[in-house]
Write a protein of this length. Structure first.
Length: 291
């Protein structure tokens, strides 16, 4: 039976439903996960620009790639500092968590690189992993470490906030084991933070100045990357793409031939779910838009 299931996965994705809203209301009718490109070492951190093009990292190869609207793959940046999470600001700059270089940077459309954060309290960051920009322009980012633990200078793995003027870095969460995926709602009221080190995903209320309050458990599992759709559903990545309602109920599961790392809703109408999954880059048409 197990062999049969994996054979099906090698051909396409299986889309299944859990409680409440079913998968058929999220995924386009008859749609299956399709591999768009492969040959990577570890794809991660997808982000969507204003046109709907998707940028994503290939961490070990130190490259950031672009999937265009006409289905062509190109390289946006090489020697990317082993970039992971990516996110576009309102001016079209691509913010990058450079885990290898231990910093958060901003890359202008012309390619100019500006360092936004590389230390806290006079000590080097661990390995920035994922980030989100709030409506005011402030930047939340997670700072875990995977692989070698050499030269860790911080006293743990935490979450930080870069002020909208990009002049101050504040630690806003200090009680998680290994925070990873991070994303906020479009209205700037709620921040989701995944802690795969403790296999949990939390929701926080965003307060003035980037501070956080009222932590509550949103999902009984962690995640690498995540995305939100226009209905407020949260997409997490573990063994499959798990979709949770705004109330924190598991409503759908999208299986992928390779273990997914991160997701984003992109394309010209933001109705395609793009999935970075180890050596491959995948997509599936959806009925819902990105937030």
């Amino acid at each position: 039976m197990r062999v049969f299931i994996w054979c099906l996965l090698a051909i396409s994705s299986l889309v299944s439903a859990a409680n409440g809203e079913d998968a058929a209301s999220l995924v386009a009718q008859g749609a299956k996960v399709k591999k768009l490109a492969d040959g990577f070492q570890f794809t991660e951190g997808p982000a969507v620009d204003k046109q709907g093009q998707v940028y994503f990292s290939d961490i070990p190869n130190e490259r950031i790639h672009v999937w265009s609207l006409d289905g062509k793959l190109s390289t946006f940046r090489q020697q990317s500092g082993r970039s992971n999470g990516l996110f576009f600001d309102r001016d079209g700059n691509l913010l990058c968590c450079e885990g290898g270089a231990r910093r958060v940077t901003s890359v202008s459309p012309s390619g100019k690189i500006t360092v936004l954060a590389d230390a806290y309290g006079g000590k080097k960051l661990n390995s920035p992993n994922d980030l989100w920009i709030d409506p005011q322009g402030g930047v939340y980012f997670t700072d875990p470490r995977y692989g070698s633990m050499d030269d860790l200078q911080q006293d743990g793995m935490h979450v930080y906030y870069i002020s909208p003027d990009r002049k101050q870095v504040t630690r806003v969460i200090d009680d998680l084991k290994k925070p990873n995926g991070i994303l906020g709602t479009k209205d700037g009221k709620t921040l989701y933070v995944a802690d795969p080190g403790d296999n949990k995903t939390y929701a926080y209320t965003i307060e003035a100045g980037g501070q956080l309050s009222k932590r509550r458990l949103h999902a009984p599992e962690g995640s690498d990357g995540m995305t939100l759709d226009a209905r407020g559903n949260l997409y997490l990545t573990r063994a499959a793409v798990q979709v949770y309602s705004p109330e924190g109920k598991l409503i759908s599961s999208i299986e992928v031939p390779e273990r997914p790392a991160s997701v984003v809703l992109g394309g010209p109408d933001r109705r395609t779910l793009y999935i970075t999954a180890r050596t491959g880059f995948y997509a599936i048409p959806m009925q819902v838009q990105g937030q």
